[in-house]
Ligand binder design. Structure first.
Ligand SMILES: N[C@@H](CCC(=O)N[C@@H](CS)C(=O)NCC(=O)O)C(=O)O
Length: 349
């Protein structure tokens, strides 16, 4: 091959690989979200404490605040988010077709959903550790799963709940009939109208549903936990730029709790970091010294924007599921690892 042609080809291949990288970045949905100036987040909208459409027309809950934190981190403004209510069977299609950018909807990570041979989505860190349980009427005198022999059980379709129910009851040789519904409201109605002896879902959803009943104390949630339900946001598979940004914004919520940086002291922390050069890791975390944000395609002060708007993970939890909230759920596994829970962030370095 002649030398000029060869060097031309080498030059072209360098160019092509350079271009491919740039194209990869440009092709990320992260850039689309930035150009659009809005994040589209899929939520349930029917679970108090997680995502619930209030009478003021606004969505509230921890799943909603995760969306707001993502909008603050990516776009610098937590108000730049649009919510799409989705049922369980609709949620993955909405992600795959690009109708939503992020799914933040009490969704369990499992192998089938995460793998490219399954739903081909990428999960973010777990934001709520849950487990499947069953709720029954006190008057029914049911104390254990065995008491549910030959019963109808109300369950949502297209959920892990459906499969776990089958696995557990088959293993224990308890025969039952699943009565399937599209969403939690229908599951609740089926149960309250006595079409089923029990309803089953993630423990958090049962607790949230029970708070809405006229006589919550007439219903008990059985002790048995049928499964692990680690709930996490998700984005479409194969878009590392977007999934990295989502992952590290969520980690920042855990890290800020660990460092006691909350929405009530974030401005003081920024001031302190700016005025003291020796606070190197704080300066890095808060973007006073640049570097971390740009690696993710985010502004260097993305952590500040997030904490200013939603607070850290504890702030979010207390607001929606804390003792004084309308759906109090003890933190348990959803505490920081420093307090015996499972939430931990790798170093933001
Ligand atoms: N975490 C489970 C179940 C979540 C779920 O969507 N449950 C059903 C009821 S069993 C539901 O519709 N929940 C209320 C909602 O999300 O609107 C999953 O990811 O499959």
């Amino acid at each position: 091959m002649n030398r000029a042609l060869l060097s031309g080809l080498v030059g072209l291949s360098v160019l092509t690989s350079g271009c491919a990288k740039i194209e990869g970045e440009a092709g990320s949905r992260l850039n689309l979200i930035k150009r659009r100036g809005e994040l589209v987040c899929g939520v349930s909208g029917k679970i108090p404490g997680f995502s619930f459409l209030g009478s003021d027309g606004k969505y509230k809950g921890i799943d909603v605040d995760i969306c707001k934190a993502l909008a603050a981190g990516i776009l610098g403004d937590s108000r730049k988010v649009k919510f799409r209510p989705l049922t369980a069977p609709e949620r993955f299609t909405a992600l795959q077709t690009g109708e939503i950018d992020v799914l933040s909807r009490n969704t369990t990570i499992n192998l089938s959903r995460d793998s490219s041979g399954g739903n081909g989505v990428t999960f973010a860190p777990v934001v709520f550790y849950d487990g499947q349980r069953l709720m029954v009427k006190k008057s029914a005198n049911i104390n254990s799963l065995n008491d549910l022999q030959n019963s109808n059980i109300c369950v949502g379709s297209g959920t892990t709940t459906e499969q776990n129910l089958n696995d557990t009851f088959q293993e224990k040789n308890i025969s039952y009939t699943p009565i399937k519904y599209q969403d939690i409201d229908q599951v609740v109605q089926g149960y309250l109208q006595n079409r089923c002896k029990a309803m089953t879902s993630d423990g958090s959803q049962l607790a949230a549903a029970r708070f809405g009943f006229s006589n919550p104390s007439n219903h008990i949630i059985l002790d048995s936990v049928l499964s692990k339900e680690p709930l996490a946001p998700a984005s479409r598979g194969g878009d590392q730029r977007l999934s990295d940004a989502i992952r590290w914004i969520i980690y920042a919520l855990f890290e800020a709790e660990e460092q006691n940086i909350s929405n009530s002291n974030i401005q003081q922390q920024v001031k302190m970091a700016r005025s003291n050069k020796s606070l190197t890791s704080l300066r890095r975390f808060l973007g006073v010294d640049s570097g971390l944000g740009s690696k993710l395609g985010l502004p260097d002060d993305f952590v500040v924007k997030v904490i200013e708007s939603t607070g850290n993970y504890k702030d979010i939890y207390e607001k929606h599921l804390g003792e004084k909230s309308s759906v109090p759920i003890p933190r348990g596994l959803n505490n920081t690892y420093l307090n015996g829970g499972l939430h931990i962030s790798p170093p933001l370095k």
